[in-house]
Ligand binder design. Structure first.
Ligand code: B12
Ligand code: SF4
Length: 515
């Protein structure tokens, strides 16, 4: 039998007095796919949701006790998201104190972007950052440690030696070219920190039930919206071409999670880019497998206007209940500047078409966009209100956070933007702030524009949220009166009461969400 490997989803911050303003309730499926690859090779893998454990009041002593029950040969700590930056480093620090002999490796999108700074500053507590997609490379690293006692020259590894940060370059073979070669992930690896028994909460709690994201695609998006990393993800994670999982792989993953208790599922990557034929096939496969009947709902993301009536109808019959539409702005001038392939007209048509097929269009909006002026904001306000009249539900209205690796981050000045948050240490602000009843977080606004300072950006999002919140009753009533029946006609698992509860709950949440 091979050795144990411990993978950790860290908390946002061990030392926050209250809940973090950007919670980290989900374990990334990237980490879980790494676990699946290790399991396939015969390693015993334990995943800890330390975020959940910290919320339940676990102490460092209990972490130590938990470690003794596993005795791993390597520990991997997830830093996929900016809000995990502080908590991942703190986790590594605790582990190094307890077990300096066990190599601790950090990985994930955010860690990859800042790998060199992280290693430079934290090399005494972190043995390396493993950059990019890591199913193959982490396995190689674990096997090297098991066989030779050293990490070895694994592609993408950033580490510290002889007073310098060093990096081993990645090769083509460092990732699975065919993503179907990566096994579906299981939540069974997620264990209780102290008892080592299966965790009570392996799933993220959605409004209706336990929910999980399922991977459908990998690789760079062909569209290049300036504020998004999607079109440039090849530079970060190392995969040069966009690729799609087979229908069989997706259904196997879904069925596995259903067996494990999942009730809600989300395709949050880019299935919408896989093309009409592929999406219709996916819909037919899900219908044949009766997936919709086994779940409360399926959610996916899409760009407004990219899905036609036939795809929407078939996906709805397959169980798709909601679509997340990133609308971002109601100003065509701004949409153009962002390189969004949409317009006000396209958005309105997409919302109408989507609800006509029984799928709830959730809309997402931002403020603080480059070039945005008062006139653009009033166009956004106008479009938000128009969409609510035709079946759209505003889900998030938040200030734009400029993420490293995006075109906007790298060419901020060309877009008239002044970044406030630039370095790894600057980004720890997203780990350091605790939640308030309303989302007023000037310290976490990432930038200022030619026309708006950070308070203007916050106020603009706040004003829009209030506009919607004030109309909550009206929005819910309009939806229930005109659209609930249509949604229920496609989805027998939903009821008017449930729809009302979900929409009300979210319109309340709108005031809280920052990013
Ligand atoms: C799908 C998706 C989601 C889904 C599911 C994510 C998941 N992986 O489980 C959901 C909806 C849950 C989600 C949520 C969020 N997301 Co998201 N998401 C994406 C998206 C579109 C695709 C990610 C993906 O699935 N890639 C494929 C998988 C397999 O790769 P991966 O998860 O990165 O994992 C690989 C490597 O990173 C690495 N790795 C990961 N973990 C570890 C750990 C170790 C130890 C090692 C060695 C390696 C390693 O190996 C993995 C396997 O190859 C990306 C954009 C993109 N195109 O990448 C944004 C992205 C990752 N998300 C982002 C953000 C900001 C968020 C949120 C904070 C948004 C919010 N405001 O709530 C939340 C955070 C959730 C949380 N836990 O706190 C940012 C992160 C930017 C940053 N610097 O932090 C991205 C890059 C998008 C963007 N805005 O630019 N997201
Ligand atoms: S926002 Fe969507 S469409 Fe635009 S680049 Fe990102 S993933 Fe692609």
């Amino acid at each position: 039998m091979k050795g144990d490997v411990l993978l950790i989803h860290p908390p946002v911050n061990f030392h926050l007095a209250k809940e973090p303003f950007m919670p980290s309730s989900r374990i990334g499926y990237g980490l879980l796919h790494i676990a699946a690859c290790l399991l396939r090779r015969g390693f015993r893998v334990v995943v800890w949701n330390l975020d959940d454990a910290v919320r339940r009041g676990i102490s460092p002593r209990e972490v130590e006790r938990g470690l003794k029950t596993i005795n791993p040969i390597v520990i991997g700590v997830e830093m996929n998201w900016l809000n995990l930056s502080r908590g991942a480093v703190q986790t590594a620090e605790i582990l190094k104190k307890l077990r300096p002999d066990i190599p601790t490796i950090i990985g994930g999108t955010h860690a990859t972007i800042f790998s060199r700074s992280i290693v430079q500053k934290y090399h005494t507590i972190i043995d390396g950052v493993l950059t990019g997609e890591a199913e193959k490379t982490f396995l190689r690293l674990v096997e090297n440690i098991e066989k030779k006692g050293i990490m070895g020259k694994v592609g993408g590894l950033v580490y510290f030696k002889d007073g310098q940060v060093r990096q081993i370059s990645r090769k083509k073979d460092d990732l699975y070219e065919n993503i179907d070669d990566i096994p579906p992930y299981t939540t069974k690896v997620i264990k209780h920190v102290t008892q080592g028994t299966p965790a009570e909460t392996p799933f993220f709690q959605g409004i209706v039930g336990p929910s999980m994201a399922v991977e459908t695609t990998r690789g760079p998006c062909r569209l290049k919206c300036i504020y998004c990393i999607g079109g440039r993800i090849d530079r970060v994670l190392g995969r040069c071409n966009f690729t799609t999982h087979s229908q069989k792989w997706i259904v196997d993953q879904i069925n596995l999670l259903i067996e494990e208790g999942m009730k809600d599922l989300a395709f949050q990557d880019q299935p919408f880019l896989s093309g009409k034929t592929n999406l219709l096939e996916l819909a037919k496969t899900l219908q044949r497998e009766k997936i919709g009947e086994k779940l409360n709902g399926i959610n996916m993301t899409a760009i407004p206007g990219i899905l036609d009536g036939e795809v929407l109808e078939e996906m709805s019959k397959a169980g798709l209940t909601t679509i997340d539409y990133g609308v971002e702005s109601g100003s065509n001038r701004i949409l153009n500047l962002l390189n969004r392939p949409t317009s006000r007209e396209v958005v309105l048509d997409a919302v109408k078409l989507t609800i006509s097929k029984g799928v709830i269009p959730k809309t997402f909006w931002m403020t603080g966009l480059p070039g945005e002026k008062t006139q653009d904001l009033s166009e956004t306000r106008d479009l938000i209100l128009q969409t609510t009249k035709v079946g759209g539900i505003p889900w998030w209205i938040t200030p734009l956070v400029i993420i490293p690796g995006t075109e906007l981050f790298e060419r901020s000045e060309d877009f008239g933007v002044k970044l406030r948050v630039k370095t790894f240490e600057d980004f720890t602000i997203y780990s350091n702030v605790w939640e308030k009843a309303v989302s007023w977080y000037p310290e976490a606004v990432s930038h200022e524009t030619e026309h708006m300072n950070r308070y203007d950006i916050l106020k603009a999002s706040f004003d829009l949220k209030l506009e919607v919140y004030k109309r909550s009753g009206e929005i819910v009533q309009n939806f229930i009166k005109n659209y609930a029946e249509k949604v229920i006609s496609f989805h027998s698992t939903l009821t008017v009461n449930l729809l009302e509860q979900i929409i009300r709950e979210n319109l309340k949440n709108l005031l809280k969400a920052f990013f």
